[in-house]
Design a protein around this ligand. Structure first.
Ligand code: NAP
Ligand code: GCO
Length: 259
């Protein structure tokens, strides 16, 4: 379908070696895009390259840290030279620290903000001039339930992801005149390495999440693929500054009423 066709487009996914980033990049490849990703060290990039190859996807992997502005600028310049100008950017790289606020150090708090909020700003700013010169582009920021909700132990993550929602809106209005659409995806609770500790058999959080999700299950990375293709494609050309929550209904739900 032409509306969802990404043929000829170059899509870059940060932290795209595995997990959600890998699934989104794979979906873009199926829709016709050429895939570029980065990760924080060569080992991760090599792991990602091998996984894409095994799935029959031609992907280009680069090592740089999304918080290091000089490294990001150099990485994007290299990508433009070796692969081409990026049409679609997904700011996916992110970390979480589950530490009660009273026990969290300012250093730990800053590290989460740096990767989850400053990183998307730095990478978007590096990629946008190429999009402007090309006549447009798509930026998708991976937000969270924590862009809207709080939870014990995730103060830094919630602050970063709430900030990322507002960065999404702000870049959307600043860059709309350049035909760049900046939107977010807010995944619900998705089974990935990031949430593995919460899904350990017998962990009470597992039942809590299933009870809190009207769909009564964890999401899969595949659940995010259709929404990502939508936000990366011409189908969403008049959608801007929006966060699309893909959460099995969590944000619509007040919680199970007592019997
Ligand atoms: P993940 O499995 O931990 O993947 C995150 C990726 O980002 C990893 O490849 C990681 O590399 C990379 N990364 C971390 N710091 C980086 C840095 N400074 N520079 C470059 N790359 C870096 O997590 P995921 O579950 O797939 O999550 C992906 C995104 O979705 C994150 O932004 C996360 O907050 C968000 N999210 C996840 C869920 C969920 O339920 N899983 C829900 C909502 C939102 P290393 O492994 O080497 O650190
Ligand atoms: C947590 C979870 C969440 C998810 C996700 C929800 O500890 O509450 O890990 O933060 O990763 O971001 O959308």
């Amino acid at each position: 379908m032409k509306l969802f066709d990404l043929s000829g487009k170059i899509a870059m996914v940060t932290g795209g070696s595995y997990g959600i980033g890998y699934a989104l990049a794979s979906a873009f490849a199926q829709a016709g895009a050429k895939i570029v990703f980065n990760d924080i060290n060569q080992e991760m990039v090599d792991k990602g390259l091998a996984a894409y190859k095994a799935d029959g996807i031609e992907a280009y992997g680069y090592v740089f840290d999304v918080t290091d502005e000089d490294a990001v600028n150099a990485g994007i310049a290299r990508i433009q030279k070796e692969v081409g100008v990026i049409d679609i950017l997904v700011n996916n790289a992110g970390i979480i620290k589950r530490i009660p606020a009273l026990e969290m150090t300012a250093k730990e708090f800053r590290q989460v903000i740096d990767i989850d909020l400053n990183g998307p700003f730095i990478v978007s700013k590096a990629v946008a001039p190429g999009m402007i010169a090309k006549g447009g582009g798509k930026i998708i920021n991976i937000c969270s339930m924590m862009s809207e909700l709080g939870r014990e132990t995730v103060s830094a993550y919630a602050a970063a992801k709430g900030g990322l929602k507002m960065l999404t809106k702000n870049l959307a209005v600043e860059w709309a005149e350049h035909n760049i659409q900046v939107n977010g995806i807010g995944p619900g609770y998705i089974a990935t390495p990031q949430t593995a500790p919460l899904r350990e058999p017998g962990h009470p959080f597992n039942d809590f999440i299933i009870g809190r999700t009207p769909a009564a299950r964890w999401g899969t990375t595949e659940d995010l693929q259709g929404p990502a293709i939508f936000l990366a494609s011409p189908a969403s050309d008049f959608v801007n500054g929006h966060v699309l929550y893909v959460d099995g209904g969590i944000l619509a739900y007040i919680g199970k009423q007592p019997k």
